[in-house]
Write a protein that binds this ligand. Structure first.
Ligand code: PHE
Length: 356
């Protein structure tokens, strides 16, 4: 008995893992284990011997069981301690620096423009970039023989073979959204439509894709004076100062009368500053919406009238942020994007300031 006890307590003490513990348990207390075999010998003993050996064997069994349980718990504790030591993590360490993206000046300026004009009561409208010939031209009083069409350097889509429809176009301006918005909402209406437009043109101030924001205000007695006020208020809010503007009489098929607006600026070593100097940069076209356009959109021109304008978003971005070359806007050069880009949380609002 004493031998058995020492043997198994020693084996348990030296066991280094749970599997060994289990082996020891089976060898000692399993059905064919040494203690069990000893139990079986009780049957061949005299009653006196049995009275001594029985309780002694039971006590031995209990002692081994207790030792096994204690050792198991000790091994689990040790394993946990080891994990806590090796899987240690310093949650107070600063995070690794991560390169952050920037908001593109076009996105930023679009937000600025929307913030200003939303404050004047203009809602945002949208239209497709692939536009039908009707919405892009005809509805805007530019029939197919009209010379203004040729000036727009239009990108035409392929027509399906056998189609009698004129080809769809990449919209050359945001003006088709005037028609779509009027058809949808009728008059009175006050909307702006920012978005991409396309013309086959490429130099320092022209790219084949660029951005405009259309404005449309139709009501009972909206006049050219309202147009001029809205544009001047818009420009001084946008540039953060009173900038000199030049309204030039002009011609658009969809407005009558029409005016183009330039802002005063100066070019210095290829850099442009607005509000000083003797140069002018054209930034928008505008006018009183032509009665035929209202008619084409299902609005009665005898009852309603109003103004429209189309601002070059890229142009006013160049002017405000001193960006000399329009083409760089769309080169995706990371150095340029980091230099001219805006912080993601720098959201333009009238109360918080339009930009840094
Ligand atoms: N659609 C014209 C353009 O792209 C701009 C414009 C819009 C002019 C609205 C007058 C009224 O040049």
């Amino acid at each position: 008995m004493e031998e058995l006890r020492n043997k198994y307590l020693d084996l348990i003490a030296r066991a280094a893992d749970e599997a060994t513990i289990e082996d020891v348990r089976v060898a000692a207390l399993g059905k064919k284990g040494e203690v069990a075999l000893k139990m079986r010998e009780l049957g061949g003993m005299s009653p006196e011997e049995r009275q001594i050996m029985g309780p002694a064997l039971n006590a031995l069994k209990d002692e081994i069981n207790t030792a096994l349980t204690a050792k198991k718990a000790a091994l689990a504790d040790a394993a946990l301690d080891e994990r806590l030591r090796s899987e240690w993590l310093d949650v107070s360490l600063p995070v690794r620096p991560r390169r952050m993206g920037t908001i593109h000046p076009i996105s930023q300026v679009t937000e600025e423009v929307m913030a200003i004009l939303a404050d004047m009561g203009f809602a945002v409208a949208e239209g497709p970039q692939i536009e039908s010939d009707w919405y892009n031209f005809d509805a805007l009083n530019m029939p197919s023989h009209h010379s203004a069409r040729a000036e727009m350097d239009t990108f035409y889509m392929k027509t399906p073979a056998g189609s009698k429809e004129p080809p769809a176009v990449l919209r050359t301006h945001t003006s088709p959204v005037q028609i779509r918005a009027l058809e949808k909402n009728g008059a009175p209406i006050r909307v702006i439509a920012p978005g991409r437009v396309y013309r086959a043109d490429y130099d320092q101030t022209h790219t084949p894709m660029f951005n405009q924001v259309e404005g449309l205000c139709i009501d009972k007695n909206v006049s050219m004076a309202n147009l001029k006020w809205v544009l001047e208020e818009f420009l001084s809010a946008y540039f953060g100062k009173r900038v000199k503007t030049r309204f030039r009489a002009s011609h658009f098929p969809f407005t009558e009368p029409s005016a183009e607006v330039d802002v005063q600026c100066q070019w210095n070593n290829g850099y442009v500053t607005v509000g000083e100097g003797n140069d002018w940069l054209e930034i928008l076209g505008s006018g009183m919406v032509h009665p035929k356009v209202l008619q084409n959109a299902g609005v009665d021109p005898k009852e309603w009238q109003g103004f429209a304008f189309g601002i070059g978003i890229d142009r006013i971005a160049m002017l405000k942020y001193g960006i000399p070359d329009l083409r760089a806007f769309f080169d995706s050069d990371l150095r340029w994007l980091r230099h001219y880009g805006f912080a993601a949380l720098d959201v333009p609002t009238l109360h918080g300031g339009l930009s840094r």
